[in-house]
Each structure stands twice: as structure tokens, then as C-alpha cells.
Design a binder for this molecule. Structure first.
Ligand code: HEM
Length: 456
């Protein structure tokens, strides 16, 4: 139950503290939060309910979870939470003070309004070939190849984002540089995990230079395009549009930040999720056969039409079930922007929060036999994901994933093209594969698969 502060006089909420997860002296819950945070938060949610405290060294977090947390994020998230503190150091050091993901209030709302139509599902219909090309050309060229899945998928997603948003080819070298540079910044300035001395690592320095060079060239080439002749609208066109209207929210640094934002926001979550799609298929040969049958039935004359792809229920079930059981955005970090009450407990302005909105993904009352991978849940008559606020792989509230439709399309396209063109053989025993948190969940680095051309 969520109450406004005006109604609080009679409640003694100040005195009652939320339950606390048991932890080790000094370390608190650090090891659990680093080792398998999804499982840890799931267990604590089952034990304590929709609000509890966790700690890591000297830091304390209030976790809110479940349907109530998602409802609260959606209806009152903008007023009660801030993202600025979470991203503060990162946006300072990378000099983009209004970066979408780290801003609140009007600057954030304006950017969302600007980008919403651009990222709608319909807007990708004409751009679908740009998403298909990077994976189709790669898969068609394969005869037999042993592939380490993590880097393969990160590169692929990077290339797709470059093409579909900028019509720009990103080389493997560039994609590796982006990931190294951005991950170093994120881990030092946002997650506080890595020491600052890593900024002196020559590999990081070269990666950073390459990334900045790409960013500069992208801005210049986007400006130089003849927009009378070329009616393709790029992501950077939208940024230029925003800058013309609100220069104060699009400083030079912000514009550079935008060149990288889709890569920072997209590569790890989409790459990590795709690694679990492949893992689930390789774990269950019958499931793989069933999905391949649906793909083959729709692919006889080349990649299916947008509408035919949209109607592929088995592929959709596979993608949704992977997003449910392996959610990339499992704990959203926020700071309380003011005092408020959640579920009878007072939250104080400045409290550090984690929103575990995917808690319901693992609850029997929303998803029958929640630990079973069941692609049938997402169709008539079950439609389990449609219970309001139960299914939240893309977050909730003002910062909910701006590119969720693109992400779903990417996962769908990649699954279809890969299963159509190659057979896959796992080169590592299944029980040697683990879920690793980077902090986004990925199948472990030893995930290696032999791709062999299919005779189709
Ligand atoms: C399976 C793939 C993906 C998942 C599961 C995912 C998940 C999420 C989640 C949970 C958030 C909310 C973060 C928060 O509230 O703190 C988010 C935000 C965001 N995502 Fe995604 N995402 C995916 C793919 C992508 C892709 C492909 C892109 C870009 C091309 C992208 C760009 C963004 C951006 C820019 C934000 C920040 C939005 C804002 O702050 O208003 N994401 N994503």
C-alpha cells in the first residue's frame, strides 16, 4: 500500500524499520549481491515481502519489490525517485550533464517525448533490413566455425545498433573499443567497483581515443548529410532537433554522450539476453526443434515479412520466457528524492534504493510453475505476462527502456536468422556454464558453440 505523506500523522512509520537481510559482519550482503544478485533478491523477497534492507560494506539499500513497487514506479516514480545521484560521477566525468539515463525532471521528460515515436515498433518496420543484414551476412558466410558467444554477440548487437539508428557500419575493432571504454567508465564512476588507476591503462586510453574519434566523426558526417535527398532519419537527427529547440539540455558534451548512449544502453542487456536465448535452446533440443520448425515454415522465401515475424508465437514465447527468467535490468538503482511511505515504511529523502521489479517473474501467483521454461505462457488463454505490473523486464516508470521494441526485434531477428542458417553444437559441458554478472547477466565466458551451415 502506498500513502501520501499528508496522511501520515497517525502512523508511527518513523519508528518501524523494514526487515533486514541477514549478512556477514562488515561485508553485509556484498558476496550475495556480487555473486548471484537475482537469486539473492528473490530469496529475500520471498522471506520479507515487498520491502527490506540489504547492505554491502558501509552502504545500505532499501529494496522495494513486486507489483506494488512497479505500480509505484509507474505512477509516482518521477516525483519520488532521482537517477541523478546514481549517475552523477559518470555524467560529470564523461561531461554529459543531461544524459537521458542520468537526468530527471523536464530535461528527461523532453528527451523521452522527442525519442518515443522514433523508437516505436512501427518506426522500425522500414528499417528492419538494417537489423537483418549484419546477422544474415555473418551467418550465411559460415561453413563451420567455433565461436565464443559473449564477444560474438556484443559485436553483433553493436553493429546492429550502428546500422538501424545511424546507418553506420561499426567495425569489430570499434565495437571492442566502445565496450572497453564505456565499461571502464561505468565500473569506476557508477558502480565504484574498479580503482581509478585503470584510467592509466594504455588499452583503455587507446579505446577511449578511438571511441571519441568515432563520436566526433558521427556528429560531423550526420551534419554533412544532404537531408533533402536522404529521408532516412537517424538517431543523431533527433538529437540535433532537440538541440535546436533546447540547446541548454544538449550541450556539446551531451551530444557526444548521445552518440554512445544506444551502445552503452543496448549492447550488454541485448547481448546478455541473447546469450541466454542460445543457452536455453542448447539446453533443450526439443524446444530448439520446435522453434526451428516455426522458423522454417515462415522462411521459405527469405526472411519473413514484418507481420509474419510478429505472428510467430513460439519465437515470441522463447524471447519473453528468456526475458522473464534472465532479466538484464533486475535491480534499478535510485535515490529517494523526498520522504515518502511505501508499504507502511517511511523512506527518507536521500535513501539509496534498489527497485526489484522483476520479483514477480518468479512468483507462482503470476507465472505458473515459475522455474519451468514454458513458452506457452504468453498466448491465449493464459497471457500470464498481461497481469498488470507482473512482467517488467524493461523496467517501470519514467526511465523504462526507451528501446524495448527495438530490443525485442533484435532478439527475434537474431534468433530467426541464426536458427535458419546454422546448426549449433555446444562445445562445453552444459554444467560448466554459469550465469555471470557483468553486472548485466551473461552466460559465462567459456560459452563456446560450433556453428555449422544448415542445408536449407
Ligand atoms: C534485452 C534488451 C534490453 C533490456 C532487458 C533493457 C532493459 C532496460 C531497463 C530495465 C532499463 C531501465 C533502467 C532504469 O530504470 O534505471 C533500460 C533503460 C534504457 N535502455 Fe534498455 N534494455 C535493453 C535493450 C536496449 C537497447 C537495444 C537500447 C538502445 C539501442 C537500450 C537503451 C536504453 C536507454 C537509453 C535507457 C535509458 C532510458 C531512460 O533513462 O529514460 N536498451 N533498459
Amino acid at each position: 500500500m502506498v500513502l501520501a505523506m499528508d496522511n501520515l500523522e497517525t502512523l508511527q512509520t518513523d519508528l518501524i524499520k523494514p526487515p533486514k537481510a541477514k549478512g556477514l559482519p562488515l561485508l553485509g550482503n556484498l558476496l550475495d549481491l556480487v555473486g548471484d544478485p537475482i537469486n539473492f533478491l528473490r530469496t529475500q523477497h520471498e522471506r520479507h515481502g515487498d520491502i527490506f534492507h540489504v547492505s554491502a560494506l558501509h552502504k545500505k539499500y532499501t529494496v522495494i519489490a513486486g507489483v506494488e513497487a512497479n505500480r509505484f514506479m509507474s505512477s509516482e516514480g518521477r516525483d519520488n525517485f532521482s537517477s541523478q545521484e546514481t549517475w552523477g560521477d559518470f555524467v560529470d566525468k564523461t561531461d554529459c550533464p543531461h544524459l537521458l539515463i542520468g537526468s530527471d525532471g523536464e530535461a528527461h521528460s523532453y528527451q523521452r517525448k522527442l525519442l518515443k515515436p522514433y523508437f516505436s515498433k512501427a518506426a522500425f518496420k522500414d528499417r528492419l533490413p538494417l537489423l537483418i543484414e549484419p546477422i544474415e551476412s555473418t551467418m550465411k558466410a559460415i561453413q563451420s566455425e567455433d565461436v565464443v558467444i559473449g564477444p560474438f554477440l556484443r559485436n553483433l548487437i553493436c553493429k546492429q545498433i550502428g546500422m538501424v539508428l545511424q546507418r553506420t557500419a561499426v567495425s569489430t575493432e570499434q565495437s571492442e573499443a566502445f565496450m572497453l571504454a564505456q565499461n571502464t567508465y561505468l565500473k569506476i564512476y557508477m558502480l565504484g567497483k574498479w580503482p581509478r588507476i585503470l584510467l592509466l591503462n594504455p588499452k583503455f586510453i587507446f579505446a577511449d581515443i578511438k571511441t571519441k574519434r568515432f563520436s566526433k566523426q558521427l556528429i560531423a558526417s550526420n551534419k554533412a548529410r544532404d537531408k533533402q535527398q536522404d529521408n532516412f532519419v537517424t538517431y543523431m537527427d533527433k538529437v540535433e532537433e532537440g538541440r535546436a529547440e533546447h540547446p541548454e539540455w544538449f550541450t556539446d558534451g551531451d551530444v557526444h554522450g548521445h552518440t554512445m548512449l544506444p551502445f552503452v544502453g543496448g549492447v550488454d542487456p541485448a547481448g546478455g539476453t541473447m546469450s541466454f536465448v542460445l543457452y536455453e535452446l542448447l539446453k533443450n533440443p526439443e524446444l530448439k526443434q520446435r522453434i526451428t520448425r516455426e522458423i522454417d515454415a515462415n522462411y521459405s522465401e527469405g526472411f519473413p515479412s514484418f507481420e509474419a515475424m510478429d505472428a510467430m508465437e513460439d519465437v515470441k514465447g522463447l524471447i519473453y520466457e528468456t526475458l522473464r527468467l534472465h532479466p538484464a535490468g533486475y535491480a534499478l538503482s535510485r535515490t529517494a528524492a523526498k520522504d515518502f511511505v511505501f508499504s507502511g515504511y517511511k523512506i527518507n529523502k536521500g535513501d539509496e534504493m534498489l527497485v526489484f521489479g522483476v520479483a514477480n517473474h518468479f512468483k507462482e501467483e503470476y507465472f505458473a510453475k515459475p522455474d519451468v521454461f514454458d513458452i506457452e505462457r504468453y498466448r491465449e488463454p493464459r497471457n500470464e505476462h498481461k497481469t498488470r505490473h507482473a512482467f517488467a523486464p524493461f523496467g517501470r516508470g519514467p526511465h523504462t527502456c526507451v528501446a524495448n521494441k527495438l530490443a525485442e526485434l533484435q532478439l527475434t531477428v537474431n534468433t530467426i536468422v541464426m536458427l535458419r542458417h546454422v546448426d549449433m553444437e555446444l562445445l562445453v559441458p552444459l554444467d560448466k556454464l554459469k550465469k555471470e554478472f557483468t553486472p548485466v547477466p551473461f552466460v559465462s565466458e567459456n560459452f563456446k558453440v560450433r556453428f555449422t551451415a544448415r542445408a536449407v
